[in-house]
Design a protein around this ligand. Structure first.
Ligand code: ADP
Length: 422
C-alpha cells in the first residue's frame, strides 16, 4: 500500500477515492476500520469514518484506530481527508485529529489544504473562498452542525490546535515545488506545526503535492490529492496504472433506490419514470404499519427479470414538509431509510447485482443493511460518484452511492449503460 487515507465522512471518502483512481491508483474504500487480520490489495486504502461532528476525543480515537491498522498494513504515506469547506467547530475535529495523527506517525509538521478550485473552493492569503464569496458568506455560516463564521483558516485552525499554525502564501506556491518546500521547511524551523497552504488552481494543487512528497502526513480536501498519484509515479511505484479504473463485467438484475429529496434526485427520478418502472414509498403508509415493503418487493420482482426498477421515496419539498409535520422529521427519515434498506437487502439476496443508491443517509443505511465493509473503487460516472464493486459470497456486485445533489438528470440510465459496456 502506497497511500493510507483516513476520511472524516463517507461521501468525502468516496470523493477522495474517485480522485485517486482517476490518477491511476487502485483504490479500496472501507467502511470503518477493517478487521485486524484483513488483507487488502490496493495502491491506496481510504478508511471512511463518521468523525466530522462527533466529540473531539471520539474523533481522535476513531482516527488513531484507523491509523494503527493502516500502519500495520505497511502504508508509506498518510492522508487525513476533511471537507473542502473545512467543516469543523472551535473544538475540532480537524486540529485535534491532525495533531493526534502527527504524534502517532512521529511527524512534527503537516500541511492543511482544503482547496478544491475545480469545485469553487480556493484559498488565498489563508482565506477560503466558496465561488466568489468568503466561506463565512457562503451559506456555511448557517450550517446546523458546523457553522463556519470565519474565512481565515489560519485563525480557525489555530483555535482548535495546540501547536502553532502558519501560512504558506500563494507567492511560495506559484514559485514551484522547490521554493514551496523551502517555505514549508522555514515555517517548521520557526516552530509552526500545521501550515495552511494557498491554492487557486489545479496547478497549485500539483505543486503542493510535489512539495509534500516526503511528508509522512498530508491533511486536506480531496483536491490536494490530485497531485499525489504523480508523486508515486515519478518514484516508479505505480505499477497498475491502467487497471485502476477497470470495471469487471457484471451480469444480473439492476435496482435503483432513491431516498434523497434533493433537487437533482427529484429530476433524476422524474426522468427515469418517463420510460422505466418505479414504485413510490409512502412514509404515511409506513407510519400506519401498511404492507409497503411487501408491495414494493412484489412490484420489483415482477419487473426485475426484464428491466431495471426504481424504488423511491423522493418527494417535493411541500410533500416532505407535510409528512414531517404529521409524523416528525426524524421518524419520517428513519421509517423511509429502514424501508429502503430492507427492500434493497431483500432484493440483493434474491439476485440483484447492480445497485444504485441516491442520498447520503440513504446510502449509509443500505450499505449497513447489506453488511458491506470494503468497496473497490472503479470508474467515475459523474463528478464525485464512481462505480464500486464488492464481493458477496464470492459473487461480485456493483454499487454506486450518490449524494443527493450529484449527477446529471440521466444519471441512473447512464450508470447502468456503463456496466453494459464493461
Ligand atoms: P441527501 O443526500 O439528498 O441529503 P439523504 O438520503 O442523506 O439525501 O437524506 C434524505 C432523508 O430524507 C432521509 O433520511 C430519507 O429517509 C428522508 N426522506 C426521504 N423521502 C422522504 C419523504 N417523502 N418524506 C420525509 N422524509 C423523507
Amino acid at each position: 500500500m502506497l497511500l493510507a487515507c483516513i476520511a472524516d465522512d463517507f461521501t468525502g471518502a468516496t470523493d477522495l477515492a474517485n480522485m485517486l483512481v482517476r490518477g491511476g491508483m487502485r483504490t479500496v474504500q472501507t467502511i470503518g476500520v477493517p478487521e485486524s487480520g484483513q488483507q487488502i490489495d490496493a495502491d491506496a486504502v481510504v478508511v471512511s469514518l463518521k468523525s466530522r461532528t462527533v466529540d473531539a476525543q471520539e474523533a481522535i480515537d476513531q482516527s488513531l484506530q484507523a491509523c494503527r491498522w493502516l500502519q500495520r498494513a505497511g502504508a508509506k504515506q498518510f492522508f487525513f481527508k476533511y471537507c473542502s469547506t473545512f467543516d469543523s467547530t472551535p473544538k475540532g475535529n480537524i486540529g485535534p485529529v491532525a495533531e493526534a495523527l502527527m504524534h502517532m506517525l512521529g511527524a512534527s509538521f503537516a500541511v492543511a489544504c482544503p482547496a478544491f478550485p475545480e469545485n469553487g473552493r480556493s484559498i488565498y492569503r489563508g482565506h477560503l473562498f466558496v465561488g466568489d464569496v468568503l466561506l463565512n458568506e457562503s451559506g456555511m455560516e448557517n450550517h446546523p452542525l458546523t457553522p463556519m463564521r470565519d474565512a481565515n483558516l489560519v485563525r480557525v485552525l489555530q483555535a482548535q490546535s495546540q501547536g502553532a499554525v502558519g501560512l504558506a502564501g500563494h507567492e511560495h506556491v506559484q514559485a514551484g515545488p522547490g521554493p514551496l518546500k523551502a517555505r514549508l521547511q522555514a515555517l517548521q524551523a520557526q516552530g509552526v506545526s500545521l501550515a495552511i497552504v494557498d491554492a487557486i488552481s489545479d496547478k497549485d494543487l500539483h505543486t503542493i503535492a510535489q512539495a509534500c512528497e516526503d511528508h509522512i502526513l498530508i491533511t486536506g480536501g480531496s483536491g490536494v490529492a490530485l497531485g499525489l498519484p504523480a508523486n508515486f509515479e515519478r518514484a516508479g511505484l505505480l505499477r497498475h496504472k491502467t487497471q485502476a479504473a477497470s470495471l469487471p463485467s457484471i451480469a444480473g438484475p439492476a435496482l435503483v433506490v432513491a431516498g434523497s429529496c434533493s433537487k437533482a434526485t427529484q429530476a433524476q427520478v422524474a426522468h427515469w419514470l418517463q420510460s422505466r418502472p418505479g414504485f413510490r414509498i409512502d412514509p404515511l403508509a409506513l407510519h400506519q404499519g401498511g404492507p409497503v415493503v411487501e408491495q414494493a418487493l412484489a412490484f420489483s420482482r415482477a419487473h426485475l427479470s426484464q428491466e431495471p426498477v426504481l424504488v423511491y421515496a423522493t418527494s417535493t419539498p411541500q410533500e416532505v414538509t407535510r409528512v414531517q409535520h404529521q409524523i416528525g422529521t426524524e421518524r419520517a427519515g428513519q421509517l423511509v431509510e429502514q424501508a429502503l434498506a430492507d427492500i434493497a437487502s431483500a432484493l440483493v439476496a434474491q439476485g440483484v447485482r447492480k445497485l444504485i443508491c441516491a442520498g447520503g443517509e440513504t446510502s449509509g443505511a443500505i450499505v449497513r443493511a447489506l453488511g458491506v465493509h470494503t468497496l473497490q473503487v472503479g470508474p467515475q460516472i459523474d463528478p464525485g460518484v464512481p462505480w464500486m464493486t464488492t464481493q458477496r459470497d464470492s459473487v461480485t456486485m456493483a454499487i454506486a452511492l450518490k449524494s443527493g445533489n450529484f449527477g446529471t438528470v440521466d444519471f441512473f440510465e447512464k450508470a447502468l449503460n456503463m456496466l453494459q459496456q464493461a
